[in-house]
Write a protein that binds this ligand. Structure first.
Ligand code: GUN
Length: 306
């Protein structure tokens, strides 16, 4: 009896979507593709990172991306440039990388120091090497449903849904957050009339008087507003699939460091209502890097087939 009850309780708790495991299988695919590319063209796909200044979080991100390249057979170089570099010098470095035939992808780690215009920098990267998918040409192509370099976190989300068996066709997806990096592109990708998309999409944001009015209608909820644990179980519909893009460091006296990483969703209460949920860390985060590697191989192949 106790065992049966435990089973029933178990069934009511959301299944965890294993982003780390799915990202690992994508890494294996990339490794294979990079080897085939090397056998065919005599070099591995190449990715250049530009890191300006000494922002500790950016340093960690770039280091982790570089490690993922090394593990999957992608050649990578990191340019570490001083905080006070001029915009003109940075743009000139991008021009050099645009012209470098061994480099297929260029990633300028954001944010940049205040004296540098981010838009200008993003627009200087050749769209053919725009593995971040942030160039207006890439985003414009995304919006009209054409093939392009899709930004890494949004394509990681679509891939997570696909590989964990979540159908999006005809479903109501509610995206919370309207950033250019996640909210706007993921909403546009999901509404395209394509396999793995074709959803009815609502985007809500801080301008909404009551965000919960929208989140309670979601069959699939994508939380990407950067506000720690602010969506709770009571804001959700029974059986919803929850994708938590948040990556917030909050105080926690019970840990050794005195802080912990958490998402935009309150995991424990959401897990009692949802059918599937991504953890933080180990959900969307690893997928962002996996899709960057995929984009680099894609850029390399496209440049060869031009
Ligand atoms: N800063 C935070 N996330 C990202 C990202 O995905 N790409 C770049 N270039 N900078 C970032």
């Amino acid at each position: 009896m106790a065992a049966e009850l435990a089973q029933i309780e178990q069934a009511e708790i959301a299944e965890i979507i294993d982003g780390k495991g799915i990202a690992d299988s994508i890494h294996a695919e990339v490794k294979n593709e990079a080897e085939i590319f090397n056998r065919t063209y005599g070099r591995f796909p190449g990715l250049a990172f530009i890191l300006v200044g000494a922002n500790p979080a950016s340093q960690i991100y770039v280091r982790n991306k570089g490690k993922a390249c090394a593990a999957t057979g992608i050649y990578s170089v990191t340019d570490t440039l001083p905080e006070d570099i001029t915009e003109a010098t940075l743009l000139a470095r991008i021009d050099e990388l645009n012209a470098d035939d061994t480099i297929d992808g260029i990633l300028v780690q954001l944010p940049l120091p205040k004296h540098i215009n981010e838009e200008k920098v993003i627009e200087r990267i050749s769209p053919a090497k725009d593995v971040d998918g942030f160039h207006p040409i890439s985003l414009g192509r995304l919006m009209i449903g054409a093939d392009t370099m899709f930004p890494c976190t949004p394509s990681g989300i679509l891939e997570l849904l696909k590989r964990s068996g979540v159908k999006t066709e005809g479903k109501h997806v509610v995206v919370v957050g309207r950033s250019n990096i996640v909210g706007k592109p993921v909403a546009n990708m999901l509404l395209q009339k394509k396999k793995g998309a074709n959803a009815v999409v609502t985007i809500c944001h801080t301008g909404a008087p009551d965000v919960a009015v929208f989140t309670r209608q979601a069959d699939i909820l994508i939380a990407a507003m950067g506000s720690p644990e602010s969506i709770r179980g009571e804001h959700l519909k029974q059986g919803v699939v929850v994708i938590d893009v948040g990556m917030n460091r909050i105080p926690d006296a019970t840990t050794k460091s005195g802080t912990r990483l958490t998402g935009d969703v309150h995991f424990a209460s959401a897990r009692e209502i949802a059918s599937k949920i991504t953890p933080v860390p180990g959900g969307v985060g690893p997928m962002t890097i996996a899709m960057l590697l995929k984009n680099t191989v894609k850029a390399a192949m496209l440049r060869k087939n031009e």
